[in-house]
Design a protein around this ligand. Structure first.
Ligand code: HEC
Ligand code: HEC
Length: 315
């Protein structure tokens, strides 16, 4: 685990104060008008634990999607940069309900299926109907995890979940994950889509790094700017450079025999954007490349991880 930002108090959306006030008024009105539903049985601890299990891997911290943090009651009621997602007492009027029911897309949790079960949806709806109370509990004080300096997939995964899988998953905003590339888990990231996107140990040859750094176009995330902040780009680079290790610390195997396609600028006699390649008698040289030229290199990964060019051409 590597800590990018020490501020775990989270990013408070611009509307938070007003939304909170509105939420308080709503709660007060509901308290006056209807008797609390199921007052004997508190819902919030169960709702909070469900959110922690299924939502907080993405909806937390400075980069929470749409600035919606679901870490605490206060943040949930503060809503997203669009405003409230829970309207106490108004189940159908709560945008969060439409998301978990799949009435607003993409359906949440974004990394589903599985989505929430009927019982889990009923739990959240019951809590909202009861006025979305804190049920006598107190919001937790955020505690920053320890930074051990080791970059594993666990450090990279939240970035992919927050910024990429809205397109690169089966729950894609697009008709299908672009280029067949799913970024939902380590196996999917390492196997790539139509092409390999991670060459362990070689970030310059890894489309995953090249696209977020803006070395290859179109830059990712496709709906940016904003692009990834520099510290996240550096983290992805380091993860690949150190061998794309899994959460147990094992480096990924060399994807020998797989193909990469690098489109960019020639940076040396046999180098494109800093990624060295080997030219053999089998390489199809369609154009003579010179430094500074825009070019495309197709290559196969050798057993030692080097790039054996299969085709070179100008673009
Ligand atoms: C894998 C990451 C991920 C997980 C897990 C996830 N979300 Fe989201 N959520 C997102 C992203 C990304 C968006 C923005 C989607 C978009 O751009 O339309 C989003 C948007 C939302 C919105 C829309 C906010 C608004 O203002 O319209 C709500 C509500 C929401 N999520 C609730 C949840 C809930 C509740 C859960 C758990 C049951 C959950 N999310 C789990 C990534 C996630
Ligand atoms: C809004 C949708 C969207 C989001 C969000 C998005 N992508 Fe993409 N991605 C695309 C599309 C569309 C393409 C194909 C673009 C092209 O090459 O013409 C693509 C292509 C790629 C490729 C190239 C695949 C290949 O085989 O050449 C990589 C790598 C990639 N995306 C990584 C990412 C990463 C990493 C993120 C998050 C930081 C991300 N994308 C976020 C839509 C998206």
């Amino acid at each position: 685990m590597v800590i990018l930002r020490t501020d775990w108090s989270g990013h408070l959306p611009r509307f938070s104060r007003r939304t909170r006030r509105v939420a308080t008024i709503f709660t007060a009105l509901i308290a006056l008008s209807v008797p609390p539903v199921d007052a004997a049985e508190p819902h919030w601890p169960a709702v909070a634990s469900l959110l922690r299990d299924r939502c907080v891997s993405c909806h937390a911290g400075v980069f929470a999607p749409m600035a919606l943090s679901l870490v605490s009651h206060g943040e949930l009621l503060a809503g997203s940069y669009n405003g409230a997602v829970v309207v106490p007492g108004d189940v159908p009027g709560s945008p969060l309900v439409r998301r978990i029911r799949g009435e607003a897309l993409p359906r949440m949790p974004l990394d589903g299926p599985p989505f929430l079960s009927a019982d889990e949806i009923a739990l959240i709806e019951g809590w909202i109907a009861a006025g979305a109370p804190l049920d006598g509990t107190v919001d937790p004080v955020p505690v920053a995890p320890e930074d051990d300096g080791v970059v594993t997939f666990a450090d990279v995964e939240p970035i992919l979940k927050q910024r990429c899988i809205v397109c690169h998953s089966d729950n894609s905003r697009m008709a299908a994950p672009p280029e067949g590339l799913r970024l939902t888990d380590l196996a999917a990231v390492l196997s790539g889509g139509e092409r390999l996107v991670v060459v362990p140990g070689n970030p310059e040859a890894s489309e995953l790094y090249r696209r977020v750094a803006g070395i290859a176009q179109p830059r990712m995330p496709f709906d940016g700017p904003p692009w990834l902040p520099d510290d996240q780009i550096a983290l992805i680079r380091q993860w690949i450079a150190e061998g794309a290790v899994d959460d147990a610390g094992n480096a990924a195997p060399v994807p020998a025999g797989r193909e990469v396609r690098l489109r960019g600028r020639v940076s040396g006699a046999t180098e494109i954007d800093g990624a060295g390649f080997v030219v053999t008698e089998q390489t199809r040289v369609e154009d003579r490349l010179s430094v500074g030229m825009e070019a495309e290199v197709r290559a196969t990964i050798a057993a030692d991880g080097s790039l054996i060019a299969t085709r070179l051409r100008a673009r």
